[in-house]
Design a protein. Sequence first.
Length: 165
Amino acid sequence: MERIYIPQLLKMPQQMDKFTFKENIKGFKTLTPIKGSLAVYHRGGFLEVELTADTILTLKCDRCLKTFNHRLEVDTSEIIWLSDQFEDPDNLPLEREISGDDLCESLPPDGYFEVQSWIYEQLSLALPLRQLCNNEDCEPPTIDESSTITDSRWAALTALKSLGE
Ligand SMILES: [Zn+2]
């Protein structure tokens, strides 16, 4: 995927670039190529980027530790401020309140928008925090001795219960 030279967008019809893609992204391991479409709008002071993408990848279940295939779908948009000002974090204007927006990404207005690394970021953010396979037989892996441990716990519980009666 080509990176986009930001001033170039201003010369495009409607100051935007839109394209579809179907390819693998370096460092992001998937079973199928990542399919999607990306639109980048130049809004003067900021870029508005819209992405829809989907792919299938192999994850490892947090519970049973088996691998499973997961369909990853992304439908997102982001504002990227065009500013040279915030490049040096020690040089933030003091009188300005630092809001959440200022912590957003920003790019120099005459710089490049790195398409592939931005998509990589969005896909990574879309990965489930808790990865569960949802198989019927999904259970934590058991060790051989565990059955006796469980049995003794039950025995202790039963003993307590009978004491209370
Ligand atoms: Zn599982």
